[in-house]
Design a binder for this molecule. Structure first.
Ligand code: ADP
Ligand code: MG
Length: 647
């Protein structure tokens, strides 16, 4: 079949070598998935060819019968997956098969422990792909010729999966790709007709292109149902015939009632390039001004590069069953970038480009429809399967939160889906909805209260929470970075304003009883002189000093102005390298605290100054902030400790 010119040997990129190693050693319990992966690639290659042929039908080279063939050879010990799809040039082979370009790969692979059972799961985040061939083969060859090439010149890639591969120029009559697996001695059962067929049916039945196998004696007879798709065989014809093993129709075009859960799942793995089952799916045909079908999935696990803006996978666009493009940004908002699946439109032109997509009115309608479907899927899950929704939220909640910021029109709808940690049950997960919070609000409570913290622990122990604990008022604990932006955009829910416990004067309204107010007034009088002295001592460090009824256990805390940047937001901006002037805040002192009492009675000037600075620094530290001059704090603290000892 091929003549070879010079052969070159090349080394795999380190990441590829690591991945291969992992693949071979950790996926042993799920061996047959290699077939799914290779057929999935063949199917993608066929999709790409059909798309490109819309504008250049010379690419078909006179053969527009696209099919995937699976052939085994018992004597040679090989299993071959052959397609007449788009094929690859030598350069494409080197980039697509020899390297992994996804950013963060190195870090991800390094994070995988030697714990192989765990790695087998984690690898799902990556997608197993072509390299899964090495689970069953000790040598893999790939012979490929790009569709429309001027000559029959093709490229042959070969590797034993041990760090190197060879490339050579060969000739290949037909376009497309053959992947030839030299099976390991212990994997010979993949040379069994029944085994291969049943694996294809199990994993690849949903593939839209026909998957052909040579008819084997004694097999066709029990295949009554598939007669219409089988190649015709006449009794006198002795040479074996190709027959279609799969259903070979686009899954999403079939009626829901005719699709099994397994088929939905396997299709997801193909379209989502995922190794694991999806968490949920929604399949719907939308009819109206525009007609389209969606089959959308929510994955179980976040891909390791969820935050990479250049990721290519997303929702695949088809027009009348012809694949057009993958990951079209105009079809899904960024805050739903976890969604995988397909949308098949009847109205878009086949030659649609990304530019046309941006202008076509049908696209807006389709996007709107899809967003609506994703919302219904999530709302339904939240309502009927809280455990599943929790799993979704733990994985993708941070992404969905961006919707509050980005999508004004759906702010309310996203808000209902939000989940937070709160002081209510002190749970470790984010499982409190705003609706649940509102339902627990005290009768006279006016606002939904929240506190921002670097971590759940920091938020939970925030000094500002003390009075809320005492009064039994629930506070939401916001610990994700995006929460700072979230609360800047979500001003109210269900008519109740959202209010930070660390901002502004505390107005607990009716919840403060007369006695509380009287007590505070009494303290304000009593501590008037002290307040002035502390303020003079701290000078530029604070905007104001006052006594508070916010605290029960802590001596002091810092409060931001109603419209100031929050301290945590300032920190985030500064860490991101932005020049942010620090806003001065109000220091509040707890008049009932012994340290504040002691400050009031302090006669020694130095000790008074040290203690006031320490109360300021403590307030900053206990909310998770950083001291501008830690050495100064230590010096003052030590001064006090020592003077206490000698006193
Ligand atoms: P993925 O399919 O998720 O992109 P794979 O490891 O399965 O990852 O494949 C890597 C790349 O190799 C594909 O994206 C494609 O560009 C190329 N490729 C693999 N198999 C084929 C094939 N049969 N025909 C053409 N290109 C292929
Ligand atoms: Mg693949």
């Amino acid at each position: 079949m091929s003549t070879s010119e010079g052969k070159q040997t090349r080394a795999f990129q380190t990441e590829v070598r690591q991945l291969l190693d992992l693949m071979i050693h950790s996926l042993y319990s799920n061996k047959e998935i290699f077939l799914r992966e290779l057929i999935s690639n063949a199917s993608d290659a066929a999709d790409k060819l059909r798309f490109e042929a819309i504008s250049n039908d010379g690419l078909y080279e006179g053969d527009s019968q696209i099919a995937i063939r699976v052939i085994f050879d018992k004597e040679a010990n090989t299993l071959t997956i052959s397609d007449n799809g788009i094929g690859m040039t030598a350069d494409e082979v080197t980039t697509n098969i020899g390297t992994i370009a996804r950013s963060g790969t190195k870090e991800f692979l390094q994070s995988l422990a030697a714990d192989q059972a765990k790695d087998a799961n984690l690898i799902g985040q990556f997608g197993v792909g072509f390299y899964s061939a090495f689970i069953v083969a000790d040598r893999v060859a790939l012979v490929t010729r790009k569709a429309g090439a001027a000559s029959h010149e093709a490229v042959r890639w070969e590797s034993a999966g041990n760090g190197e591969y060879t490339l050579e120029t060969v000739t290949k009559e037909s376009r497309g790709t053959d992947v030839i697996l030299h099976l390991k001695p212990e994997e010979k059962d993949f040379l069994d007709d029944w085994r291969v067929r049943s694996t294809i049916r199990k994993f690849s039945d949903h593939v839209s292109w026909p998957i052909l196998m040579l008819q084997s004696a004694g097999y066709a007879a029990d295949e009554e149902g598939d007669e219409d798709k089988s190649a015709e065989t006449t009794p006198e014809d002795k040479s074996p015939q190709w027959e279609t093993v799969n259903k070979a129709s686009a899954l999403w075009t079939r009626a829901k009632s005719e699709i099994t859960e397994e088929e939905y799942t396997e299709f997801y793995k193909h379209v989502g390039h995922d190794f694991e089952d999806p968490l949920a799916h929604i399949h719907a045909r939308l009819e109206g001004k525009y007609e389209y079908t969606v089959l959308l999935y929510v994955p179980k696990r976040a891909p390791f590069d969820l935050w990479d803006r250049d990721r290519k996978h997303g929702v695949k666009l088809y027009v009348r069953r012809v694949f057009i493009m993958e990951g079209a940004e105009d079809l899904m908002p960024r805050y739903m970038r976890f969604v995988r699946g397909v949308v098949d439109s009847t109205d878009l032109p086949l030659n649609v480009s990304r530019e046309i997509l941006q202008k076509n009115p049908a696209v807006d309608a389709i996007k709107k429809g899809m967003v609506g479907k994703v919302f219904s899927l999530l709302e339904d899950m939240a309502k009927n399967d809280a455990e599943k929704y929790q799993q979704f939220w733990d994985t993708f909640g941070v992404v969905l939160k961006e919707g509050v910021i980005e999508d004004f029109a759906h702010r309310e709808r996203v808000a209902k889906l939000l989940r937070f940690s709160s002081t209510h049950a002190d749970s470790k997960v984010q499982d409190v909805s705003l609706e649940a919070y509102v339902s627990r609000m005290k009768e006279q409570q006016k606002a939904i209260y929240y506190v921002n913290g670097e971590s759940l622990e920091a938020a939970r122990h925030h000094p500002h929470l003390e009075i809320f604990r005492k009064k039994g008022i629930e506070v939401l604990l916001l610990t994700d970075r995006v929460d700072e932006w979230l609360v800047n955009h979500l001003h109210e829910f269900d008519g109740k304003p959202l209010h930070s416990v660390a901002k502004g004067g505390l107005d607990l309204g009716e919840l403060e009883d007369e006695a509380d107010k009287k007590e505070l007034e009494k303290y304000q009088g009593e501590f008037k002189d002290l307040i002035e002295r502390v303020q003079t001592g701290l000078g530029e460090l604070v905007k104001e000093v006052r006594v508070t009824n916010r605290l029960t256990d802590s001596p002091s805390c810092l409060v931001s102005g109603e419209h100031d940047l929050s301290a945590s937001m300032e920190r985030i901006l500064r860490e991101a390298g932005q020049k942010t002037p620090s806003t001065k805040r109000t220091l509040e002192l707890n008049p009932a605290h012994p340290l504040v009492e002691r400050l009031k009675d302090e006669q020694d000037g130095q000790r008074f100054e040290d203690l006031s600075h320490i109360l300021f620094s403590q307030a900053l530290l206990s909310e998770g902030g950083q001291l501008a001059d830690p050495a100064d704090f230590v010096r003052r603290l030590n001064g006090l400790l020592l003077s206490g000892k000698t006193a």
